[in-house]
Design a protein around this ligand. Structure first.
Ligand SMILES: [Zn+2]
Length: 287
């Protein structure tokens, strides 16, 4: 009688060889600010192409909600310019920073891998002033310069290869069993690998963003005040803040920021020009 094993080994072995090959053939990126090393699944040209494509799509969808000009756009642009200067001062590759302000009730901002920044107007009341804005934008720009999008691409391609191997190794099981095992593996990948990586990225963006804002002449202590306001916003039961969604604990974030603060304050001391934190944002209406 034929003995059939429930799990076929060969597809897993092939998947592991493919993963080993990906590891060996994929370049690493060392973050010049933190020294953290990680594999990147996209080169800078691909990051730029992907970023620009997504940016155009976002702007097209936003349509008439894109705020074209006015005092808010001027202020956000000024903060972005200062931060871009601070990022460039430390040997980053060249970014074609682009920036749009979009009228929206989402408390959010993001920066695409090619350096395309989008700020939603609903985050402005939480930022309160240009230093608060520098916290948000420094963090987002740090995601781009730290190449987190390209790192996520690499992780996803590894996860995909392993899942495909697992799927082929389970073909002796009936369909319901396959579905149960694949569901459990998917959840394990999500909670065991993808989420911890995403928290690591959040933490690195906080660290690098703090250095950028300090170098650009914004008091880095404003970062702690900003996250306290975000916490209050989250606790108020109003619109949930998308900006913080990957990072469950504001308290942990604030503790980490305090740890990096001496380094950031040193950068702030050296900044050629200090921007007063009280430089308030212009009201959004009238644009
Ligand atoms: Zn982030």
């Amino acid at each position: 009688m034929e003995q059939r094993s429930y799990v076929r080994l060969l597809p897993i072995v092939i998947a592991l060889i493919a993963v080993a090959y990906k590891f060996l053939s994929t370049p690493s990126f060392v973050n010049p600010e933190t020294g953290r090393k990680a594999r990147v699944g996209l080169n800078p040209q691909q990051e730029q192409a992907l970023g620009l494509q997504s940016y155009n799509q976002v702007l097209q969808e936003a349509g008439s909600n894109v705020v074209r000009s006015g005092p808010v756009v001027d202020q956000v642009t000024r903060v972005a310019r200062r931060l871009a200067g601070a990022a460039a001062a430390h040997g980053q590759q060249q970014y074609n920073w682009r920036l749009s302000v979009v009228r929206s009730d989402q408390v959010n901002a993001f920066c695409l891998p090619g350096g395309e920044i989008v700020v939603y107007t609903a985050i402005l009341p939480v930022t309160q002033h240009s230093a608060g804005l520098a916290v948000v934008m420094g963090h987002e720009m740090a995601h781009a310069t730290s190449r987190h999008g390209a790192q996520r691409m690499f992780q996803q391609s590894i996860a995909q290869t392993l899942m495909t191997g697992a799927q082929f190794s389970l073909t002796n099981l009936d369909w319901n069993q396959q579905r149960a095992v694949m569901g459990a593996l998917g959840a394990a990948t999500q909670y065991g690998a993808i989420l911890p990586f995403s928290r690591e990225h959040e933490s690195e963006a906080d660290h690098v963003g703090l250095l950028y804002m300090a170098r650009a002449g914004y008091d880095p202590q404003e970062a702690i005040k900003f996250w306290q306001r975000m916490e209050a916003q989250a606790g108020s039961g109003r619109q949930p803040a998308e900006f913080a969604s990957d990072h469950p604990s504001h308290g942990h974030r604030i503790e980490q920021l305090k740890g990096w603060m001496p380094q950031a304050l040193q950068e702030y001391e050296k900044a050629p020009e200090k921007v007063p934190a009280s430089e308030a944002l212009a009201p959004i209406s009238g644009n």
